[in-house]
Write a protein that binds this ligand. Structure first.
Ligand SMILES: NC(=O)c1ccc[n+]([C@@H]2O[C@H](COP(=O)([O-])OP(=O)(O)OC[C@H]3O[C@@H](n4cnc5c(N)ncnc54)[C@H](O)[C@@H]3O)[C@@H](O)[C@H]2O)c1
Length: 362
């Protein structure tokens, strides 16, 4: 088992990465202060892993909240449902919430933990590749608003993150691929040799080679942990982790939550950000081609849905948190392995990128 530290001044916590961790009581024990535990999961993940986790925590007073599956349930209504169950069961401030599932469950559970009685403990048990390499680390929690993704949220760090590699065995291929988009993002913003290694090992990774998977999850978590430790509240470098996401969130909002998987939207967003980077004279054309080739190799999309218009996408982008703060500000690539923040991007350039990558004019 690997232990990756997330070194925060106030809330340092470990990421445990290994096999069969769900049944290892000694990993959970030191991170649960009271007797009351609420496991939040969904209708897909609970039948697979809830009983193992409940057995591990059998000495505690455990309740469960099983939400319907899907991005549409990363909502205020789901958070309220969790609050209702906690209040019904007289859960107090020393309780611990455990998120058992992908990024949707992690985000909504973390958000509920941040709000309930002004903040209670929670543990992330991510069961998708995307949540293991990205969503479960860094303390961003949120629910969606019908007009904007992740609009309502809080920074709230977990007590620990427990990543059981065996849970990925049941993950559908499409979901597994979607996780790869966030992995590519980490390499692109921070580490060119990681990108080279991904190009060389992509087939083994897609075949779920345990050794390869372990290495990649570990490397991605180390990159994310390092950036988050240096900038926990996203006042500087952490914004780089949003590479591709201004486009991605707008695509998700325009297409209706759930049409594209988050990782698929991120893949399209990476393609758009790479195009804009090249258009602004930063990224070399050959480097852009390498990025698109890697995404396409694993059959991730690199163009938006054909019906999406320039205007629709731009109005959704205007709501993005990063855009509101900084006008037309984008996270772009200077080169592979080096992300930068570019302010005052000309609207014409953006339009050219959106059209070139597949948006309809009207
Ligand atoms: N907080 C953050 O920093 C952060 C970062 C990136 C993404 N996110 C959020 O994460 C969400 C996407 O996460 P996701 O891709 O994990 O999606 P998800 O949570 O919807 O999970 C994907 C699907 O896989 C199923 N599933 C989960 N684990 C499984 C398993 N082991 N076996 C079989 N099926 C399983 C789920 O039920 C779901 O149907 C988005 O809402 C995104 O905004 C958050």
């Amino acid at each position: 088992m690997e232990i990756i530290p997330v070194a925060l001044a106030d809330n340092a916590y470990p990421i445990y990465l290994g096999e069969n961790l769900l049944s290892q009581k000694h990993l959970f024990e030191p991170h649960i202060q009271g007797t009351q535990v609420c496991i939040v999961s969904n209708e897909t993940v609970a039948p697979l892993y809830l009983s193992t986790l409940k057995k591990t925590l059998r000495d505690r007073n455990v309740i469960e909240v099983i939400l319907p599956d899907g991005e549409a349930y990363k909502s205020m209504a789901s958070a309220e449902h969790i609050f209702d169950r906690l209040i019904d069961n007289r859960f107090h401030r020393t309780c611990t919430l455990i998120a058992l599932g992908g990024g949707v469950i992690g985000d909504v559970t973390g958000f509920a933990a941040a709000c309930y009685q002004r903040g209670v403990d929670f543990i992330q048990v991510p069961t998708t590749l995307l949540a293991q390499v990205d969503a479960s680390v860094g303390g961003k929690t949120a629910v969606n608003h019908p007009r904007g993704k992740n609009m309502i949220g809080a920074f709230h760090h977990p007590q620990c993150v427990i990543m059981d590699l065996n849970t990925l065995e049941t993950l559908p291929t499409r979901e597994y691929r979607a996780g790869f988009a966030e992995i590519v993002k980490h390499a692109l913003i921070a580490d060119s040799s990681y990108f080279d290694d991904l190009v060389n090992s992509v087939d083994a990774l897609m075949n779920k080679s345990p050794q390869c998977l372990h290495t990649v999850i570990c490397r991605s978590c180390q990159i994310k942990a390092k950036i988050v430790s240096g900038d926990p509240k996203e006042q500087g470098e952490r914004i780089l982790l949003n590479f591709g996401h201004t486009f991605a969130h707008a695509i998700e909002t325009c297409s209706g939550y759930g049409t594209y998987l988050h990782g698929e939207a991120v893949s399209i967003g990476i393609a758009m950000a790479a195009d804009l980077s090249q258009r602004l004279g930063l990224l070399q054309p050959a480097a852009k081609r390498r990025i698109l080739d890697l995404l396409q190799h694993v059959e991730l999309p690199i163009a938006p849905p054909p019906e999406l218009t320039l205007l629709q996408l731009k109005s959704a982008m205007a709501l993005d948190k990063k855009m509101l703060e900084g006008g037309l500000q984008f996270i772009l690539l200077q080169q592979i392995g080096h992300g930068i923040v570019k302010k005052a991007v000309l609207e014409d350039m953006l339009d050219e990128t959106l059209i070139a990558t597949g948006c309809k004019l009207s």
